[in-house]
Design a protein around this ligand. Sequence first.
Ligand SMILES: [Zn+2]
Length: 204
Amino acid sequence: MPHTRTELIICEHCDSVFTRIPLDAGQTAYCTCCDGVLAKGYRLDYQQLLALTITAALLLVFSNAFPVIQISFEGLANETTLADSVRVLAQGEITPIAAVAGLTIILAPALQIGVLGWLLAHAIQGRRAPGFKRCMKTLEHIRPWSMLEVCLLGILVAIVKLAGMLEVHPGLGLWTLAMLTVLMILMSGKSIRRLWRELPEPDE
Ligand SMILES: [Zn+2]
């Protein structure tokens, strides 16, 4: 009897095809041809993922509401939030950079969190969200545009570089940005692709 599509798994590295076996949390399946990772057992269920998504939404708001960096020099002090930095870029000579910055550190993560929340809110009820296919494809398309970790690294480099000349303090927004970056890596990785397999397609 031929296998159905959902029972098979293809190695991303060498294109070998295997039969999928159920894995427990923490277990990993490796390709017998190239030793590449085929699949991992999921540690988080939908409810936990949804809780993380809501946390990420709050952290994103905090990252934009509170200053990420505070600078002071001889009694003068200044501080900036992520949104402020985009606004300042938009007023300068390199306006296109503002659009890229706004997209990669605010819009793309916000869209990712919104779509994930929508999908997971329905997944905990065991069904596909309306517009499921479009949402799943959107998540794949925007993942490369979400660059919070690059932003975080840039801010850390700026803090280290400026520390020799000025008094530089990381703001509350930087801590929430760091937590958000870790959460986004946990939630929005390839593991969310399991929704395709685990949620049955409704009868047309
Ligand atoms: Zn392989």
